[in-house]
Design a protein around this ligand. Structure first.
Ligand SMILES: [Zn+2]
Length: 259
């Protein structure tokens, strides 16, 4: 059994209903899905769809470039409002973090840092795990996680795309690392060193569906069922049986999200 620790349901890109996506996943023995929120206005839909399935667990979060026109103080109020409305349902805060890319009309890094820190504080207060999005933001991410480190801050760096040095630092802060389809890409061979070295009790697997399809499906829509491809890749890199990968990532994901 596998859990997709990071996907987006519903999403128009699937060309499938959530029922079909879930059924498809089940056929591949992917039995639980963490459905990740990316903006305030999306939360209602993400939580409502998740509530229709016993095996979809929603989160609430604001991505670095979402809700850009709302002043941070208002965004924080809105965030707290949806969180209190859905606190029985959501299993995590995020995705949130740092995204330094040529995003059109995106937030400046300083503003991203403020938005990220706001969500770190909420994660700590609500004792929910943090789902960290990190694109070219190792320094900023590390600085904030270190500043807030301690028993109350737990979480995962999703779609891991940094080096072993960074991995060790986040592992030392008690964070988990989540591997995605990136580890199957031919130009991401360096990532395999991290896959090889990260301890069995500290990593998760994810698809980030409908984005980021694994190599063999590149250019097409990604689905939660493909998390099996990621798990198989990890098994081959670590030279460990797939069943051991399944057991460990299943347990790690349940532990992190309290499901
Ligand atoms: Zn995502």
């Amino acid at each position: 059994m596998l859990i997709d620790s990071h996907c987006h349901i519903p999403h128009k890109n699937y060309n499938m209903t959530p029922e079909e996506v879930v059924l498809d996943a089940k056929k591949a023995d992917v039995t639980k899905l963490i459905s990740i929120g990316t903006s305030i206005e999306e939360t209602d839909l993400v939580v409502r769809v998740a509530s229709q399935f016993p095996n979809i667990y929603p989160t609430v979060g604001v991505c670095p470039h979402e809700n850009k026109d709302v002043p941070l103080a208002d965004l924080e109020k809105d965030f707290r409002k949806v969180l209190s409305k859905y606190k029985e349902d959501v299993v995590g805060i995020g995705e949130c973090g740092i995204d330094i890319s040529n995003w059109e009309n995106g937030r400046k890094v300083e503003e991203q840092v403020e938005l990220f820190e706001m969500q770190i504080n909420i994660a700590k207060e609500s004792s929910l795990p943090l789902i960290v999005h990190n694109r070219n933001g190792d320094d900023q991410v590390l600085k904030l996680l270190e500043k807030h480190s301690g028993m109350e801050l737990r979480g995962v760096v999703h779609c891991f795309d940094s080096d072993w040095d960074f991995a060790q630092k986040v592992l030392n802060l008690g964070f988990y690392i989540s591997f995605s389809g990136l580890i199957t890409y031919l130009n991401k061979k360096d990532l395999l060193e991290v896959v090889r070295k990260v301890p069995m009790n500290r990593f998760l697997v994810e698809t980030d569906a409908p984005y980021l399809s694994p190599q063999e499906h590149r250019g097409q829509v990604n689905y939660p069922k493909y998390v099996r491809i990621i798990a198989e890749k990890v098994a081959s890199v670590k030279e460990i049986s797939i069943s051991e990968i399944e057991e460990n990532t299943y347990r790690n994901t349940c532990t992190l999200f309290g499901i």
